[in-house]
Design a protein around this ligand. Structure first.
Ligand code: NAD
Length: 330
């Protein structure tokens, strides 16, 4: 039954898109698009190299397949000084506007959108969906504007959406060629694993936060838990005529030192030094996932620290075997 449903994944060559593609492959009829072809040479059925900003090309795709649901993951998410503001506006806001126009034209009734914890900004607290939205960077700002566009357009265009605000997505689904492969990676978990495997020293920002061990605490979610949640949201949208906004994190959080110390069991240690705090970094950023638990019954199952690290080590060793160079910023 579900195999007949056509689902478009945008950003399918990226980290979350390629993982979801594997997980959903046998369950739905997938159509995949990305403006970029991954150096990992992923094999994706029905893959189309399309920039969503190219309305005509996207129009042809919608014409060719009668799409039932869109999982919109394509976007600009690198937080650095190199990426231009324009890239965020184009790839997050304008691209989504194009997509929605075509959803309207071809009567696509369901959308899952990958938003981010960055819409909340940096405030010490347990974050609920209703918490104030004060994004402190261009990434968070463009995600928040895109959310508002989706909410407004859904009313006039008669589609339902689930907006998912991902916290720090990490680790791998342990499938060949599928994992996080960003250029100049800045995310902490892959950085730790990279330093550990190469006997290098990790730099930890600050040791005077108001936490148990003095290092800052963040909410990390295993990519497998993300995939499970998206799967449940697809089923929700196909069954219910309702829209939702959900946080996706674990509510638990790990401190930087907890992460570093979790490597001890592996016969060698992860070396580290402390450096000065980064401006604006807060003690703790944690998420409440009560809403998604209550409404669709999702809860994290794979986001234990040991599993996160084990599956990321698997992935980085695998990329070495593939002879693919993943670059790290720090
Ligand atoms: N990874 C995380 O921790 C995290 C956290 C919060 C939110 N998110 C969001 O989830 C989504 C997926 O994240 P990811 O980590 O897989 O990112 P990613 O960078 O690995 O993948 C995004 C993909 O989108 C594609 N893309 C960008 N603009 C496009 C366009 N105009 N047309 C077609 N393709 C385009 C890119 O080529 C890339 O392959 C992003 O929107 C991101 O903002 C991710």
């Amino acid at each position: 039954m579900t195999k007949s449903r056509k689902i478009l994944i945008t950003g399918s060559q990226g980290y979350i898109g390629s993982s979801l593609n594997k997980v959903l492959f046998n369950k739905y009829n997938l159509i995949n698009l990305d403006k970029f072809i991954s150096p990992l040479k992923l094999k994706q059925k029905n893959f189309f190299k399309i920039n969503i900003l190219n309305y005509n090309k996207l129009n042809s795709l919608f014409k060719k397949f009668k799409i039932d649901l869109v999982i919109h993951l394509a976007g600009e998410s690198t937080i650095d000084n190199i990426s231009k503001e324009r890239n965020y506006i184009n790839n997050n806001i304008k691209a989504t506007e194009n997509l929605i126009k075509l959803m309207k034209k071809f009567k696509v009734r369901n959308l899952i959108f990958s938003s981010s914890a960055a819409v909340y900004g940096k405030k010490n607290r347990i974050i609920k969906e209703s918490s104030p939205k004060i994004p402190n960077n261009i990434y968070g700002k463009t995600k928040l504007i895109t959310e508002k566009i989706i909410i407004n357009e859904s009313k006039s265009q008669n589609f339902n959406y689930v907006i998912l605000r991902f916290f720090n997505v990490c680790s791998s689904i342990r499938e060949k060629k599928v994992g996080e492969f960003h250029i100049n990676e800045t995310h902490l978990i892959p950085l730790c694993v990279n330093k550990f495997l190469n006997n290098k020293t990790l730099k930890i920002y600050g040791r005077n936060f108001k936490t148990n061990d003095g290092t800052s605490v963040r909410d990390y979610i295993h990519i497998k838990d993300i995939c499970t949640a998206v799967e449940q949201c697809i089923q929700y949208l196909f069954k219910k005529n309702q829209s939702q906004i959900f946080n996706l994190g674990t509510g638990k959080g790990f401190s930087n030192l907890e992460i570093v110390n979790s490597f001890k069991s592996k016969k060698k240690i992860l070396k580290y030094i402390f450096i000065k705090n980064r401006k604006g970094d807060v003690d703790k950023l944690l998420c409440s996932y009560d809403k998604i638990k209550k409404i669709i019954g999702w809860k994290p199952r794979y986001s234990k620290l040991k599993k996160i690290i084990r599956d990321e080590i698997f992935w980085q060793k695998h990329t070495l075997k593939l002879n693919k160079q993943r670059t790290f910023r720090y």
